[in-house]
Design a binder for this molecule. Structure first.
Ligand code: S3P
Ligand code: PEP
Length: 425
């Protein structure tokens, strides 16, 4: 297996333009497809998750052209639901393609099969399927109950009232929300129990608003959406930089002697993961925000004990940053790490232990207590982009780190190691 060895490194300095947000790229591609008019999308992320969305849209007859090495997309909207006789869609391990497309394909006509990488077939989707079935959709499991692959025989989505569970993934609610304006009638969506990863719902509502649709948000417990609407293309739309991708560079500066400014995300961002910088600040780093940038500078770091349910992706970066802090760090309320690219609680704990750190893996938390000297270890990445990126930070210790299969960052950040090398020395 391919691997890279990094470090030991001392400094992280410079400026980074962060590539487009995965969450926004896939939302905007889908909304532009359903919208009336042509949309020019700039700063689109060029990564595996977006390629899976684009390839599926092409197969479904959506017309678009790509420019600027895949970062500009000019897409002709359908002014309504996707109508295709048949679709056999491979969605890799892209949750932001699988979940929203599952709901959107129910809106029109046709028979659709949705599947992905083996891990995608282990990632739950039952809560979304239950809600769609309650709305009259013929949707079935082709393998194990509650997991993809799925078969949809679409004939539209009825209005009315539906309940959806939000305790495993917010993407199920996102999926229903984005499709609701094209339902046959007005829809009230009740969130059944706890809602995890709440800021991602704000991203969804923001993107819908950019395409002309307002949702009545009743304190994240219920959402009311008018049916039989048409999304309107905003004409041109720029994707913000990816706040989760920014976390690795901000953490690098906080850990190593130096200062890094990331451009593309800042205080104006709609992404919850910008709050990662506040966690770094709580740990002791010097953080400065501008509307579209964030700067981090090294300062002695202390461990923290925090609920990070609102930043599940960037929270992983805290788990390795914790190796450089004084005292233990506990990341709480992150049960759904277990149902993402891999069981991230198990994987992070296992790999941190290889370095010699003292780690407690709880059912829904992780505690990392740093040690004076880390071991040189070959980090397994479990086909999880974020594990590869998080553990690159270990290179700022006195010990090098080996990352197995670094190419797995292609899911959301294919140029990660290239950019890392421009700021780390
Ligand atoms: O809606 C989104 O764009 C996302 C929501 C989050 O997932 P969960 O809601 O499953 O936590 C996040 O982890 C994922 O990377 C992207
Ligand atoms: C959980 C993630 O991805 P997905 O969009 O596939 O859920 C992630 O990017 O960390």
């Amino acid at each position: 297996m391919n691997s890279i060895t990094l470090g030991p490194l001392k400094h992280a300095n410079g400026e980074i333009q962060i590539p487009g947000s995965k969450s926004l790229s896939n939302r905007i591609l889908l909304l532009a497809t359903l919208a009336k008019g042509t949309t020019k999308i700039t700063n689109l992320l060029d990564s595996d998750d977006i390629k899976h969305m684009l390839a599926s849209l092409k197969q479904l007859g959506v017309k678009y052209s790509l420019e600027d090495q895949g970062t500009t997309c000019i897409l002709e909207g359908l002014a309504g639901p996707i109508q295709a006789d048949f679709g056999d869609l491979f969605l890799g391990n892209a949750g932001t393609a699988m979940r929203p497309l599952t709901a959107a394909l129910c809106l029109g006509q046709g028979e659709f099969h949705l599947h992905g990488e083996p891990r995608m077939h282990e990632r739950p989707i039952g809560d979304l399927v239950d809600a769609l079935q309650a709305l009259g959709v013929d949707i079935r499991y082709e393998g194990e109950k509650n997991y993809p692959p799925l078969c949809i025989k679409a004939s539209g989505l009825s209005g009315g009232e539906v309940s959806i569970k939000g305790n495993i993934s917010s993407q199920f609610l996102t999926a229903i929300l984005m499709s609701a304006p094209l339902a046959k009638g007005d829809l009230t969506i009740n969130v059944d129990g706890e809602l995890v990863s709440k800021p991602y719902i704000d991203i969804t509502l923001h993107a819908m608003k950019q395409f002309g649709v307002e949702v009545e948000n009743q304190n994240y417990q219920a959402f009311v959406v008018k049916g039989q609407q048409t999304y309107q293309s905003p004409g041109e739309i720029m994707v913000e930089g990816d706040a989760s991708s920014a976390s690795y560079f901000l953490a690098a500066a906080a850990i190593a002697g130096g200062k890094i400014k990331v451009h593309g995300v800042g205080s104006d961002s709609v992404q919850g993961d910008v709050k990662f910088a506040d966690v770094l600040a709580k740990m002791g780093a010097k953080i400065t925000y501008g509307p579209t940038w964030i700067e981090a500078e090294h300062h002695e770091l202390n461990g923290v004990d925090l609920d990070m349910n609102h930043i599940p992706d960037a929270a992983m970066t805290i788990a390795t940053t914790a190796l450089f802090a004084k005292g233990p760090t506990t990341i709480r309320n992150i049960y759904n790490w277990r149902v993402k690219e891999t069981d991230r609680l198990y994987a992070m704990a296992t790999e941190l232990k290889k370095l010699g750190a003292d780690v407690i893996e709880g059912e829904d938390f992780i505690t990392v207590t740093p040690v004076a000297t880390l071991n040189h270890a070959a980090i397994d990445t479990y086909n999880d982009h974020r594990i590869a990126m998080c553990f690159s930070l270990v290179a700022f210790s006195d010990t090098p780190v080996t990352i197995n299969d670094p190419g797995c960052t292609s899911k959301t950040f294919p140029t990660y190691f290239e950019l890392f090398n421009t700021v780390a020395s």
